[in-house]
Design a protein around this ligand. Sequence first.
Ligand SMILES: Nc1ncnc2c1ncn2[C@@H]1O[C@H](COP(=O)(O)OP(=O)(O)OP(=O)(O)O)[C@@H](O)[C@H]1O
Ligand SMILES: [Mg+2]
Length: 391
Amino acid sequence: MVLVMQNDILTANRIHSILGNALNTIAEGKKEIFEIAESVRKECDIVNSKLVLLKSKIETIINELDILELEEKKARFELMRVSKNFNEFNEEHIKNAYENANNFRINLVLKRQEEKDLINRRNELEIRYRNLAKTLEKADGLGSKICTAIDYLNGNLEEIIDSIEDMDRKKYYGVKIIKAQERERKKIAREIHDGPAQSMANIVLKAELCEKLLYKDPNRAKDELGSLKSVVRGCLTDVRRIIYDLRPMSLDDLGLIPTIEKLKNRFSEETGIDVKFKILGEHEYINSIVQLSIFRVIQEALSNIIKHSKARNVEIILEYVNGCLNVAVKDDGIGFDIEHTGNEEDSNSGFGMLGMKERVELLSGQIKVESVPYKGTTISVSIPYLGKDEH
Ligand SMILES: Nc1ncnc2c1ncn2[C@@H]1O[C@H](COP(=O)(O)OP(=O)(O)OP(=O)(O)O)[C@@H](O)[C@H]1O
Ligand SMILES: [Mg+2]
């Protein structure tokens, strides 16, 4: 059992560490993507401010071109006018008009070239800006997808671990149930072997003896028949007790409280120990598994009282409270050392207490054992009632 649990815990731990590593790697990837996004964002800002500058330069150059075109036009007209009427102007004037017109033309060509270069540069920067913006959008999208994936995995990791632990628990309890069933069977086999089986062997011997004595010594035969009858009766009582222990029929027919009453009365008759039975709270419907478990707890507690306690008084208290059925069995016997009793490794110890604990825990209940030497023992159990019976 210990090995099974250890393996299961190892599996859960291993899955935990694998998923944990995967999460760390993804988280590192997320950091890198954020860094990439950050540097693209900076690049975008730089390109954008360059674009703004360039656009204002283009605007200025367009204005300058407008003025220059006007000036050039004027210079061209002047040259035309001077050329047409060259008799009216001296050589100096004509030369100046020509140079002026030529300079404006050259300046205009240069300015247009400059404008063209700036527009080309602006177009290039605009394309670059658009591409960077697209990359930034993708990096931001990827970053937030990774965040969602991490959140999802983080949430699911807990769920995955929970379900693994749940599976482990089921397996653990499954093995416990099988072990408990085997213990029960062994106990019943021992009881049949020591009780009815031996009595029946005795009955056969006695019947054979009666057969022999029937004609030889009818009076002894009669006595032997009488003793045979009492052995048969004892055997019948044993069989009835075993059947009762297997499943007290009255639990189905009469319900929990009358069955406890019957158990208590029989216990008092057989042992001479005084038993008080108190019921507290409003009676409610109790699932049959809970009924049976509570009954088994009382049965085992009483059996321990006969076997170990030397008690004179016993009290059984049954209480319905806050959706739980509580039961306490108190005795005023010799008590025992709780610390050193009832663990599985202790081969001298029986399984009664362990069985009680397993039963109660399987039903999500709680059990408390208190014992004070020479003062007595109290077993307290609290089990939530489960809704309707499942068949
Ligand atoms: N009411 C009690 N008074 C004194 N000692 C007790 C009482 N109940 C239990 N014990 C002690 O606790 C031990 C464990 O009890 P448990 O019911 O587990 O085993 P058992 O009664 O010895 O064997 P089994 O129940 O398997 O027939 C007992 O051996 C006994 O020493
Ligand atoms: Mg016992």
